[in-house]
Ligand binder design. Structure first.
Ligand SMILES: Cc1cc2nc3c(=O)[nH]c(=O)nc-3n(C[C@H](O)[C@H](O)[C@H](O)COP(=O)(O)OP(=O)(O)OC[C@H]3O[C@@H](n4cnc5c(N)ncnc54)[C@H](O)[C@@H]3O)c2cc1C
Length: 349
């Protein structure tokens, strides 16, 4: 199976994506997707407007060459969140709070059920190693391509050269640090060779009469699968919180970014609140608040940590690289960067 690019591009959030087609979708969907009717900007790039969110249902956006994600259906939007909230708080809220204010209030105070009134149905094609992380989000309804019923997709994920990094020594789940070119190129060649060979042997087994459910066991995690993934907005935000984070693997983040942009078309006010209070927000423990309060009184970060009981050093005097102390330092550095950006912008005015 091949993913065919239509040659058109879509502006989604801050990025432009290839619009792709799935030539097999005709076989799976009895209803063919309607013709693309999205407007385009002066550069000829298509865009979806929050005023006409239905247009988004027509589009599959390309991810990592062979994958894609599309929001093929949805129910509700910002207005259904507000409507549900007013049912619980009564009509009195209408006079005192505008829709945006109400949604931001709900987000800030974890009043989550109104966000569950919005339903989102995605279609996505991704390598199996990405699907294994994605499937851990248990509240979604999933229907996956069946390797028992159908022949597995003859496409494998091959990373870009720049994505092949060394083992992160601090975060044991992560990648960090450059590798020599020959190591990266050998790795990519091996991925390509093994994926091709595994698929050829898989087909050989099928041709010899081995059942599809058994033959597939020799395929690697790089092989593509695809599924329908339906979730409500609250739990989609949970997915996005974890999978947009820098601790998530880059290859799943590459799906989370367009997913968030697609959701933004359906519920822009809720997404704005989610970005501000969750993605860009931070959680502070009691001790962490003590550190900040002490620093506001002119003490250094190190002294504030000692007084608050947050450890920065081991008993042998060496600096800790992980744990509460270093994480708090990172939080404060992020805050400082935001403040610097803000101050520079206001100075420039
Ligand atoms: C960076 C990263 C590294 C990870 N590493 C590993 C790993 O090494 N090994 C591993 O096994 N997993 C790993 N995971 C998966 C992780 O532990 C979670 O299973 C996954 O992220 C789903 O999170 P969730 O449970 O919050 O989400 P969902 O399953 O989508 O649930 C959403 C929310 O619904 C509620 N909920 C759902 N189901 C239940 C339930 N049964 N009972 C009570 N409340 C429920 C919870 O509030 C939950 O937060 C990793 C995840 C990330 C982001």
């Amino acid at each position: 199976m091949v993913t065919v690019k239509t040659g058109e591009r879509l502006l989604l959030g801050e990025k432009t994506y290839d619009i792709v087609d799935d030539i097999d979708s005709g076989k799976e969907d009895s209803v063919k997707r309607p013709e693309l009717r999205l407007p385009s900007n002066s550069d000829g790039i298509r865009f979806v407007s929050a005023d006409a969110p239905e247009g988004v249902k027509n589009v599959l956006v390309g991810v990592q060459n062979k994958g894609y994600i599309g929001l093929i259906d949805f129910m509700g939007g910002d207005s259904s969140i507000v409507q549900a909230a007013r049912t619980s708080y009564g009509s009195g809220t209408r006079a005192t709070r505008q829709d945006r204010g109400l949604i931001r209030y709900l987000m800030r105070h974890d009043h989550t059920t109104p966000f569950e009134m919005v339903e989102l149905k995605f279609i996505a094609k991704m390598p199996i190693f990405v699907a294994r992380q994605w499937v851990r989000h248990r509240t979604a309804n999933i229907n996956e391509y069946s390797g028992r019923y159908s022949i597995m997709i003859d496409e494998s994920f091959v990373p870009e050269l720049d994505s092949v990094l060394g083992q992160d020594t601090r975060n044991r789940q992560g990648s960090q640090g450059e590798l020599p070119d020959n190591v990266r190129m050998d790795f990519i060649n091996d991925v390509e060779t093994i994926s091709k060979e595994a698929y050829e042997r898989y087909r050989k087994a099928l041709d010899a009469g081995v059942s599809r459910e058994m033959a597939r066991i020799m395929l690697p995690l790089s092989v593509y699968t695809k599924w329908y993934w339906k979730n409500d907005l609250h739990n989609t935000f949970r997915f996005l919180t974890l999978r947009l984070d820098t601790h998530a693997q880059k290859e799943i983040r590459e799906y989370a970014v367009p997913m968030f942009a697609l959701v933004n078309v359906v519920a822009p006010i809720a997404c704005e609140a989610f970005r501000e209070f969750t993605l860009e927000g931070t959680r502070l423990s009691g001790k962490e608040q003590d550190v900040l309060a002490i620093m506001l009184r002119g003490k250094s970060f190190e002294e504030a940590c000692v007084r608050s009981g947050i450890e920065l050093m081991r008993s042998d005097g060496t600096h800790l690289k992980t744990g509460e102390g270093p994480e708090l330092r990172e939080k404060i550095e992020r805050m400082e960067k935001r403040a610097e950006k803000l101050l520079n912008a206001t100075q420039a005015e």
